[in-house]
Design a protein around this ligand. Sequence first.
Ligand code: GLU
Length: 462
Amino acid sequence: MVVTRFAPSPTGYLHIGGLRTALFSYLWARKNSGKFLLRIEDTDKARNSKEAADAILEAFKWLGLEHDGEITYQSQRDEIYAKYIKQLLDEGKAYRCYMSKEELKELRETQMANKQRTMYDGRYRDFNGTPPEGIEPVIRIKAPLSGDIVVRDGVKGDTVFKAEDILDDFVIARADGSPTYNFVVAVDDYLMGVTEVIRGDDHLSNTPKQIVVYDALGFKTPNFHHVPMIHNSEGKKLSKRDGATDVMAYKEMGYMPQTLLNFLVRLGWSHGDQEIFSMDEMRELFDPKNINKSASIYNTEKLDWLNSHYIKNTPNNELAKLLEQYGLLLTSHDKKEILLDALKERAKTLKEMAGLVYEIISTPTYYDQAAVKKAFKDDTVEILTLFKEKITTSEELHLPSDYHHIMQEVVDEMKIGFGKIGQPLRVALLGKMSGPGLDNVMAIIGRDETILRITNAIDRHS
Ligand code: GLU
């Protein structure tokens, strides 16, 4: 069975880079009818918080990414880690190191002065003497002193690390007994039955250390897939200046969950030149062997393009529900269909759409003066007055086409061009020149509101 996991450290919000590897892990598990597990790496009490862990879960909920089984919290697993540390000590695969901070510092300085790699020199590796007084020892693992550690990576191929270049007997438990990062990751991945580790390639350098832990404990290593980073258009690591990195900021800005998932799945993975993937397609097609080997480039236009696509293709009922998150209560609006149809094609984000809806449904209190100047001529009041009279007395007035016919009647009777009525009417209804088709606007706001807005505009300008 394929078992994947996402293992965030709860230090703040869920980062889009993290979400991307979470999505890859989720998809690969789903594709194989396997399991996608969640582990909160909250051992660093100074930097981790419950709020941050909850924020990650909230983001998962927004995106509809479901994990399997119970969440593993590393902060609750001290006893488990202690058991494996003891096992390694008992088997002579780890040992207590009594080096003081001063000694360690001195060693580093000497190594630096000699232009050597700074590393622990193994002085307590085979120590059986009497421990020095007053020092709480750390526990170090016996790492191989020579030979190769090979990370068999699904994305990068075999990456060979020379033991003598990168490893020393690294600390697996601090003086206070708390276990260290690479130790707990390896223990947990094994105990959780993880078969595929999909994570950012910023973790590649940790992997040989984790392999040392696996080997020492006699655990089988999982398959690794280290995913290249997301870069900005200048080829540098994505920062907040290039685009939001907090997943929930995308919700605030009005992106749909599908947009973000589709956007992220294509950042670093491809299936031919297909750009649009439904969740079902992603689950069916995702394969880590198609993860790109080079960094992927964050592209805001593509994000907006995808969001427009998903907005256009979302049924109005669902859209109305989604827009509630942006302060719009439309679910029971009787002209919801016309309203949403009129705006779906125009909005790049739900937030923008909510703004456009709001502009239509609120009576203008301000008129764009440049628009007034352009639209209001000597005969404008007469034209608007005739139009107003006609809609006041018209019997059938529901559909956009009903309003359109009346505009046409005015144009014919007064022998004027369409712009002569269209432009001032637009200013009267919306306070400015832009916006969706007027027949739609009037059908949405209805007869009384249309009359009110025209009256207001006439009063102001006659
Ligand atoms: N906790 C690590 C992080 O948030 C991830 C560890 C892993 O995936 O192995 O970067």
